[in-house]
Design a protein around this ligand. Structure first.
Ligand code: C2O
Ligand code: CU
Ligand code: CU
Length: 469
């Protein structure tokens, strides 16, 4: 396969890239999609829901031939899906049995920085432990967790450390969306990896400063996966858990589907889509209506035709044949009545992402743990302009992420955003030459990371610190 050599003037070719390193077809039998266990936690006497999470090393028969040495949470690769409800008081016991330091970051959780698991909160190698307590203060959504240690975030995620968090709330439960885990509500974690001749994932030999790409697609750690469909209406919780690759997803027959949620919860209203692009760190919940198919079901594919997930006919029972509708998500503050005002406002902060490879910066500087770059007032709401300074012809998209908040998207280059971006987000695609305006409400105190979610860019310094006080 064609791998871009470090230092090659490949920047321009990376624009819009799903195709930097093409996926190869893996000649091995299809396997059932791995469904990570749903971890409910146990209620203690203090009324707290307790989770135990262990980062551990192991190996996995991912490919025919040698087993692959991997990292995982409570298992050999990836992790369980943590089940939480709005209002839950949660305690998480952390343990690191890896031979290296790690942290446990809760991407998308709106929690104070001292429990957020950024680079300031390492857990020692070979048995280090920690405990964090917080209250789930946000609405139903799909968040995720992954390591965030200084200098090793990218390699540890690549090794297999990532898991989903499923947050539920009463309002959403009442809507009657598919929510039977593993049956009509399934996680779909997209990742790309390179396998060595001995079937290993070797981060170093795959390294590329503008982002590590793999030629093999895995979904929930499964190569060539299929899922047996036992419900007519299926809900997929999509996570782009790749270090750098973007995925443009569609159904193989071109049929439409509904996107119901973005990173932080339900959209303003369900949106009919035929393709959906996810950058690293982004999530989307989509609903597929398979009731109209008599025979074979379409597959989930990428824009260039790679099969992501095959769907096989199962019992296809009726578990509610209607996709619930709602009008007007009441927690969103950017709506037709307020849009104009947010668009006209003067930006409170401007964040400029620039450069490529080792030379990436934010606002002209590289990350330093000893420097606070931005300060915002606890309880305030601000308008931020996020600028990708790459030239529109030559640059690459940077997925911009803020810890500890769920923001709303106001505009792209001064124009209203697409309906599927009218919801809560914590990670947003910013195209070369583009200015994305967001509205952020700061409810959690502390020092938070703000960065590009191409993990190699983050490691190379495309990250700053925000103090909320
Ligand atoms: Cu996915 Cu700084 O995080
Ligand atoms: Cu995060
Ligand atoms: Cu970037």
């Amino acid at each position: 396969h064609e791998i871009m050599q470090p230092g090659m003037p490949h920047h321009g070719m990376r624009h819009g890239v799903d195709d930097v390193v093409k996926f190869q077809t893996i000649q091995q039998a299809a396997r059932p999609l791995a469904i990570p266990p749903l971890l409910e936690g146990t209620l203690n006497e203090q009324g707290r829901t307790v989770f135990n999470i262990v980062a551990q090393a192991g190996e996995n028969q991912l490919k025919d031939g040698d087993a692959t040495k991997t990292y995982g949470y409570n298992g050999n690769v990836l992790g369980p899906v943590l089940s939480m409800k709005q209002g839950d008081k949660v305690s998480i016991h952390l343990k690191n049995t890896l031979p290296e330091e790690t942290t446990f970051h809760w991407h998308g959780l709106v929690v104070p920085s001292d429990v957020d698991g950024g680079p300031h909160h390492p857990i020692a190698a070979n048995g280090g432990t920690g405990q964090i307590d917080f209250t789930v203060n946000q609405e139903a959504s799909t968040a995720w967790f992954h390591p965030h240690a200084m200098g090793t975030t990218a390699s540890q995620v690549y090794k297999g450390l990532a898991g989903l968090i499923r947050i539920e709330d009463e309002e959403q439960t009442k809507l009657g969306l598919p929510n039977t885990y593993g049956v009509d509500d399934i996680p779909v974690i997209l990742q790309d990896r390179n396998f060595t001749v001995n079937n290993q994932w070797d981060y170093k030999t795959s390294y590329e400063a503008d982002g590590v790409y793999g030629d093999t697609l895995l979904v929930n750690g499964t190569i060539n996966p299929y899922f047996k469909v036992n419900a007519k209406i299926m809900r997929l919780r999509l996570l782009n858990g790749s270090n750098a690759r973007n995925y443009t997803l569609q159904l193989s027959d071109g049929a439409s589907f509904r996107q119901i949620a973005s990173d932080g919860g339900l959209l303003e209203t369900p949106v009919t889509m035929s393709t959906l692009t996810l950058a690293p760190g982004e999530r989307a919940e989509v609903v597929m209506d398979f009731s109209k198919y008599e025979g074979q079901l379409p597959a989930l594919v990428t824009a260039d035709g790679t099969v992501v997930l095959a769907f096989e006919r199962g019992t296809m029972s009726d578990r509610g044949t209607n996709i619930p509708q709602w009008q007007r998500h009441k927690n969103l503050t950017v709506n037709p009545n307020t849009l104009q005002e947010s668009m006209m406002a003067k930006a409170d902060k401007t964040v400029v992402m620039a450069g490529m490879a080792e030379a990436v910066t934010i606002n002209g500087q590289k990350f330093s743990m000893d420097r606070i770059d931005l300060t915002s007032k606890l309880g305030s709401t601000e308008i931020w302009d996020i600028i990708n300074a790459d030239s529109a012809m030559m640059g690459m998209m940077h997925p911009f992420h803020i810890h500890g908040v769920q923001f709303e998207v106001v505009s792209r280059n001064g124009k209203p955003v697409a309906p599927n971006e009218q919801g809560f987000k914590d990670t947003i695609q910013v195209e070369p030459g583009e200015t994305v305006r967001i509205k952020v409400h700061f409810t959690q105190p502390g020092v938070f990371m703000v960065h590009c979610h191409i993990l190699e860019h983050e490691e190379n310094g495309m990250m700053i610190q925000l103090l909320v006080k």
